[in-house]
Design a binder for this molecule. Structure first.
Ligand code: LMR
Length: 334
């Protein structure tokens, strides 16, 4: 039960204009950075790197408190907490922004939208990426950066080699309509669950399978209950690092510049470790020996693509045809 916690945090902050709550003079500026994954993941490691850099570069004027593993809030709650000022910084998956009324980020969930990491970076580091972050401003949120995780694998309690293998399976998804459509296109029944609920739901049989990156699967020990994993790379999972806009705009300009520099360095670091962290997690899953790892033949891959292709036409209107087309053009999506 985290709602009482949220209420308590908000009461503690009530009456203060910014999210910084009550801070005595000369006390460091505190940034509470909440996230839902384990510390030993690309996001978890980068959050720690940002903390180190921000604290060093500001000579202790800024203190960053990182709360991993949904310790403070789960997915939906953390967005509310950010808007209300109970925490200052988050890095939610791009699949989780539609509750804010910004559905365009769901374009990142479209199956096979990015043929490579280079194609992804062309989008996130260019004009499209900047324009998407700008859409958050009207929600009281400033977007600072994109952080990478990786391409997703599929897991279940049975081998998933052909689209027909998904028929009737209850699959956990993140809260994205595009992912919902993707699972339906494969013949599965999607169930949106918070990240913190996923490993228990797999263990208890509430869902029979899921999709995620190897680092998320391994650090949540999902491989211990999922007997089969398919290295399908059918979709992407990444993040936007966001701050409460009122808090950010209220910072002294010099402090904001320092934090921007710290964020730029942490982001560059994140980019160097994301793939490696996922490769290491995949190797660890393999070593654990609890899960059979499948790869798809070119023909099987073609069948998966074909089965998921209708998701584009079904979701184009929701996401915005212009956004989907712009991303496809920039990414060179076949
Ligand atoms: C998930 O819910 O599976 C992911 O968004 C978790 C994360 O933050 O990587």
């Amino acid at each position: 039960m985290r709602f009482p916690l949220l209420a308590a945090a908000l009461l503690a902050c009530a009456g203060f204009a910014s999210s910084a709550c009550a801070q005595p003079r000369n006390a460091p500026i505190v940034i509470k950075f909440s996230h839902v994954v384990a510390p030993d993941t690309p996001k978890g490691r980068a959050a720690e790197r940002f903390k180190t850099l921000a604290e060093q570069m500001s000579n202790g004027q800024v203190k960053v408190e990182v709360y991993p593993n949904s310790q403070l809030y789960r997915d939906r709650e953390e967005l509310e907490a950010l808007q209300l000022g109970a925490v200052q910084m988050l890095a939610p998956s791009l699949a989780k922004f539609s509750p804010l009324g910004v559905k365009e980020f769901e374009a990142f969930d479209l199956p096979y939208i990015f043929p490579s990491k280079a194609a992804l970076y062309a989008v996130t580091e260019g004009r499209i990426g900047r324009n998407l972050l700008r859409k958050l401003e009207s929600k009281g949120i400033t977007g600072l950066a994109y952080w990478d995780n990786g391409f997703k694998i599929m897991s279940a309690n049975k081998p998933l080699l052909a689209p027909a293998d998904f028929r009737g399976l209850r699959m956990r998804i993140q809260s994205s309509r595009v992912l919902d459509e993707q699972m339906r296109a494969l013949g599965a029944q999607p169930l949106s669950l918070a990240f913190s609920e996923t490993a228990p739901a797999l263990r208890d049989g509430v869902v029979q399978g899921t999709e995620n990156t190897p680092s998320n699967m391994y650090t949540q020990r999902m491989h211990e209950t999922q007997k089969h994993v398919t290295v399908s790379n059918h979709g992407y999972l990444g993040y936007a690092v966001i701050v409460n806009k009122k808090f950010w705009d209220g910072l002294p300009a010099g402090t904001r510049r320092i934090l921007e520099r710290a964020m730029a360095e942490a982001t560059a670091y994140e980019k160097t470790i994301a793939q490696r962290t996922n490769d290491e997690a995949m190797a660890a899953i393999r070593r654990a020996g609890t899960t059979t790892i499948h790869t798809l033949s070119p023909q099987q891959q073609a069948e998966w693509r074909k089965a998921m292709a209708p998701v584009y036409t079904r979701m184009e209107e929701r996401i915005g045809k212009d956004v989907v087309q712009a991303i496809r053009r920039e990414a060179g999506t076949p």
